[in-house]
Design a protein. Structure first.
Length: 109
């Protein structure tokens, strides 16, 4: 559980940095377009990775960390005696989904 929370903290910290970079880039693109440059000039000249790639990476990072945390939470609660029904109610999912979470093997990446 602690490792999963540390992983979430790390993912969030990275995403804040990447989000700040993406925000700065978006502001620059908007300014260039408002200054009269067409999108066909602005977007191909954008620094790599593109904003859309940065957003996709942020989403994937959070999705992976969130899935790991959800599995760890389900296991911790179950190990402390909560039933799958109780965990399902807490998470807002079905008992079957909790069962699947408890059976899933953690992704080590």
């Amino acid at each position: 559980m602690l490792a999963a929370l540390e992983n979430v903290k790390e993912a969030l910290a990275i995403n804040v940095e990447v989000g700040t970079l993406a925000l700065e880039r978006a502001e620059r693109l908007i300014a260039e377009h408002r200054a009269g440059r067409p999108w066909s000039d602005v977007i191909p000249a954008e620094d790599k990775p593109l904003i859309v790639e940065l957003l996709s990476q942020n989403f994937e990072r959070l999705s992976t960390a969130g899935s790991r945390l959800r599995r760890a939470q389900a296991k911790a609660l179950h190990d402390e005696g909560m039933t799958m029904e109780q965990i399902a109610s807490c998470f807002g999912v079905t008992r079957q989904r909790v069962s699947a979470l408890l059976k899933e093997r953690p992704n080590r990446s």
